[in-house]
Design a protein around this ligand. Sequence first.
Ligand code: TRP
Length: 479
Amino acid sequence: MTERTSIHGQWSNRIMFILAATGSAVGLGNIWKFPYITGENGGGAFVMVYLGCIAIVGVPIMMAEIMIGRRGRQSPINTMRSLARDEKTGSAWVLLGWGGVLAGFFILSYYSVIAGWALSYVFRSAVGVFNGVTADGAHSIFSGLVSDPERLLAWHTLFMVMCMVVVARGVRHGLEKAVRILMPALFVLLLVLLGYAYNTGAFQQGLDFLFTPDYTKVFYNCDFLNGVENCTFDGGPMLIAMGHAFFTLSLGMGAIMVYGSYMPKHNSITGAAMMIALLDTAVALIAGMAIFPVVFANGLEPGSGPGLIFQTLPIAFGAMQGGQIFGTIFFVLLVFAAWTSGISLIEPAVAWLVENKSMTRVRAAIWVGMSVWLLGLGSVFSFNVWSGEEFQLFGNTFFDLLDYLTANIMLPLGGLLIAVFAGWYVSRNSSVDEFNMGDGFIYKIWRLVIRYITPVAVVIVFLNAIGVIDWLLSKNLLW
Ligand code: TRP
């Protein structure tokens, strides 16, 4: 087979691919979502399942996505079509590409609204609103923001425009520039916050919450009925932990695949995947360690939901020396982290429009961005005008549903199919050739894991969440 090249260009070098993919992975998922879902799902045990999923599901699938992307050298839709043809298998695999484009639209539509909160906090912090703020004060500042649809809409619009501008400028001039300085700076600021958390007096309590697993508390729902404890198994948190492993590593929808399609030949895929997963996990854990001590020191509720960091970090900044400046820089960097993630969510769709509809990148970015913006209105209103019960489904707002559907269903399903495709449909020769590391120990491990362990793990977590495993156990059908 002749080597393909990408019409969209290539990263300048190996480091740029790692930086861009890390830019995609590290985002609101690490700093906003990880702490709040960990808080809602009881802490340590949830974190352990999440870490397990990063290792046995996340890293192998990331390697598979990069490998597929670099072999196809096109948008995920066309890459899947080409590889399915190369491997002489069904053309239905192209649907995986389409599913990914859809998931990207869905995710960015609410992601942008949350990024808007971060944008607004840059300005709040800069003018000193957080100086000396109490827990109640931080709470009312946050409620004031989300209950105002016009302000949310304005920030959401600004963030979408920012994403469109970068994607329109393309691989080298847009995507690369943004990540080079900002990612390391974010890391440093997180360490500053960690230092503050260390001195809150509740550091140990925060660590215990994050790292001491209590499996019975997280995976069982217990009630006391007439003084008798009655527990039922609940696989939901496990699915949320696995879904988050996909979300935080940007897997399951083609974002890493499309970035892989711009990766120079001969760069190590394994090394890159490990590095990205490691950095991403480190950022999430540090964010958790910085936030939970503040939560406990101020008597706040770890399970208070999507507003968690927006109601805790201002207290930390408000109380520390130079907090006005640190806070401002922190929210700027959070916006950048979200920005470098946001662009990867629409790159697959934009690349496809350029390839198939011969649009310029600029036009493609505008079309895609406007569609996502429109869908985002649903999430803007979820926090105010549509927050009432008459607009909810099973107690969930539009935002909740979109988040659940994408992170816990679409991404794991996409990831499962990617694993099956890479392990069973891409021939051994093709994958050995593309990984370019021989067929030694590491390759054999990868192939074993991607063929058997990853798919089985994803299926088990799914079955678990809908209660099938518990049902089988209760009927003694499993062993
Ligand atoms: N990983 C990013 C975060 O943690 C979000 C993200 C970017 C994403 N691209 C993605 C999630 C692709 C799923 C799929 O904030």
